[in-house]
Structure formats: structure tokens, C-alpha cells
Design a protein around this ligand. Sequence first.
Ligand code: NAD
Length: 284
Amino acid sequence: MTRIIDGKAIAAAVGNRVREDVAALAAAGLTPVLAVVVATDDPGATWYVRAIGAAARRLGIGCHVHDLGPAASAAAITGLLAELSSDGRVHGIICQTPLPPAVPPGLAAQQIAPIKDVDGANPQSLGMLAAGMPGAFPTATAAAVAEILDHEGAVLEGRRAVVVGRSTVVGKPTALLLLARNATVTICHSRTEDLAGVCREADSLVAAAGRPKLIGAAHVRPGALVIDVGISSVGTTGGVAGDVDTGTVTGIAAAVTPVPGGVGPVTTMQLMRHTADAARDLAG
Ligand code: NAD
């Protein structure tokens, strides 16, 4: 039997811990504040910003949305991020993507101070993570994958983990977190030969390619834990699909995350956790 992992339940458990942390900080006179910088009218981004605001409200975290509009200049975005980085009332900062095409990739994220970079967007945060240095946050999505594997009791130490996708948002930071848990990690990408054969070595398989149904029965070792990060729009009615063809891996995988309802809700809660942690760290 293949278990369908309940991402919403894991998110609720993370949320309960964050709520307790936030209450303790509030008792000491500190309310964590997350600043969300938006320079897009992308519907997915709009939906996510609303979800972040709702989660923050439920947990007692302040959430300030700074909407600069989709035509914002690079100077306006970088200027605001630099200002928020030095604003003592702000503890966490995220800059929603996509950014306007005129903004050079990576430029905006570099303005976010690593101690407030709660979605691991600054390349410096990724470098600190790679170097095993404290004080940097992984992306919320990578943290969510690790949280789900921990929650499921995945044995990572000494075992094989395969991550499909090498982006700086998901693939690379996820691989680093699994490496930090002493897994033997392989990263696959669009040029990988024999993807199915490499994936079949995995005790824990993380799919983050953004290719619906890329991962099927031929990719999954019997008893593997499969984490599906992919979210692709399908059809014309707002449906989404993951990277895993869940029907074909059922009966082979030990457990698999659904899409939606798997990694997504845990990601939002990890962002809240990072914001509370940043507030505590900044307060010393
Ligand atoms: P990306 O496009 O930046 O990277 C995709 C990666 O997959 C690349 O490294 C590419 O080499 C690899 N890839 C593409 N086709 C492949 C193939 N056929 N075989 C092997 N590898 C292949 O995307 P991303 O930002 O890393 O996001 C990946 C997916 O995760 C998307 O569907 C995205 O929507 C989703 N996502 C989910 C969350 C969440 O919280 N649930 C957060 C971020 C991204």
C-alpha cells in the first residue's frame, strides 16, 4: 500500500509550533514582521501572497505587503529591499517572483540581508547553506521537503536520495539539506541520461522538474518515499498537476505527497517558521 502524505496535517503541526514560538516572543514584547515585496500581477503570485497573509494572521505574525506594481523599476525594487533590510521593525523579507523583465535576475535578491532572507533568495544564503554556516535560511520549499521527510521518519543517513531538478529555488537547496542529513545525494536535470535508472536508486526521491507525470513506475524503487514538488497548470479550469504520475507509482512507493495538498501548504508554514526564527535571531 502506498500512503498519501497529508501535507495539510504536517503544515498544521508546524503552524502549532510556530504559534507557540510567536506567543513566547509576543510575551517578551516582540511581534515578528514579514515584509512581502510584490512587483508582478501574476495570478499565481497574487494567490501565494494572499495565502502568506492569511497564514501570518492566524499565527500572530505581522505581514506587510509592498505592492510596487508590474512596471516597477529595478531601482525602486532594490531600493525598497535595501530599506527593509535596514529597518529594525522588519524581521523577514521576501520578494515575490516573477519580477519585471527589465530587472536583472538575482539583482533584487542580493539586496535582502541574509539574516532576514527567510526564503533563501539571496545567493549569499545559498552559499552559506552550502558551506554549512549558521545564520542562513534555505528556501521555504526546500525546508518543506526536509520537514516532510523528517515527519515521515525517512532514514536519510547513509541512504540514497535523488533530487530531480537543479534550480536555486528547489533542487539545489533541497539537495544541500539532504546532504546535511548525511544522505548520499544525486541531483538530476534535463540533461541526465537514464533518468529512470538514477531515480530507481533512491530511497527518498524528490521530484522538482515542473514536468507533469515525468516520474512514473519505472522511476521508483519499491518502498521509496516520493516527494512531489512540481506544480504545473493543466487544462483550462485552473487544475494543477505534480511531476509524479501517482496512479502508476501506487503500490510501489511507500508514500507519496499529493498535488495539491502536499509540499505547498508546508512551504507556507516554513516561511512563517523562518520569520519567527529571524525575529528571535535579530533580537539576540
Ligand atoms: P525550474 O524550471 O527553475 O527548474 C526545473 C528543473 O528541472 C531544472 O533544473 C531542469 O533541468 C529540470 N528538468 C526539467 N525537465 C526535466 C526532465 N525532463 N528531466 C529531468 N530534469 C528536468 O523550476 P523550479 O522553480 O525549480 O520549480 C520546479 C517545480 O516545482 C515547478 O513545477 C514549480 O511550480 C514547483 N514549485 C513548487 C513549490 C512549492 O512550494 N510547492 C515552490 C517552488 C516551485
